[in-house]
Design a protein around this ligand. Structure first.
Ligand code: IMP
Ligand code: MG
Length: 178
């Protein structure tokens, strides 16, 4: 089992998740929410977040993958998209991390094409330094440095998603960073 020093601890994550859910609950008071998680990365954040949201809500997911073509463009593939109607609904998109912004921008456009009543975006982590496409994010958990992050749903080659905290990925897991 990979054990790295937490960049963000379990306690810090859980406190932030509750804070975000409280804001969301206030903003969507008396509204029916449709919360859409972007898989796979957001699965842990998504499930923790929605259990603290007080507004009535339905959930679904978008399964997407992105491939960076060069330094300024990428290709996003959508493998699953919600079947339920999006038109006229209040949509909250939930993702693990915004990095270049390419995938969120692509997914945002796909949702806007379906004419929702509103669309807001919530991400746990913001890696600002890497941004290529500027998109406004409504709810942000933490800013993170320009390093490769794993844990709490985020992976390196599909591994480490189960770590309950967030840590910087190191090639040699036993190396202790000083
Ligand atoms: P984008 O570059 O903003 O389009 O991010 C695409 C996706 O890449 C994110 O939703 C994550 O799933 C993944 N990703 C970006 N940065 C990291 C990272 O540091 N660790 C793990 N996954 C990442
Ligand atoms: Mg993702």
């Amino acid at each position: 089992m990979f054990i790295g020093t937490p960049l963000i601890t379990e306690e810090q994550i859980q406190r932030k998740v509750k804070e975000l859910a409280l804001k969301i609950s206030k903003d969507y008071e008396n509204k029916d929410l449709f919360v859409i998680g972007i898989l796979k990365g957001s699965f842990m954040f998504f499930s923790d977040l929605i259990r603290h949201i007080k507004s009535p809500l339905k959930i679904d997911f978008i399964v997407a993958s992105s491939y960076i073509k060069d330094s300024s463009s990428g290709e996003v593939k959508i493998h699953y998209f919600p079947r339920e109607e999006i038109k006229g609904r209040d949509i909250l998109l939930v993702d693990d991390i915004i990095d270049t912004g390419i995938s969120l921008q692509f997914i945002k456009e796909k949702i806007l094409e379906k004419n929702p009543a509103s669309l807001k975006i919530c991400v746990l982590l913001d890696k600002k330094e890497r941004r290529i496409i500027e998109i406004p994010i409504d709810y942000i958990g933490f800013s993170v440095p320009n390093k490769f992050i794993v844990g709490y749903g985020l992976d390196y080659q599909e591994m480490f998603r189960n770590i309950p905290y967030i840590t910087v990925f190191k090639k040699k897991p036993n190396n202790v960073q000083t």
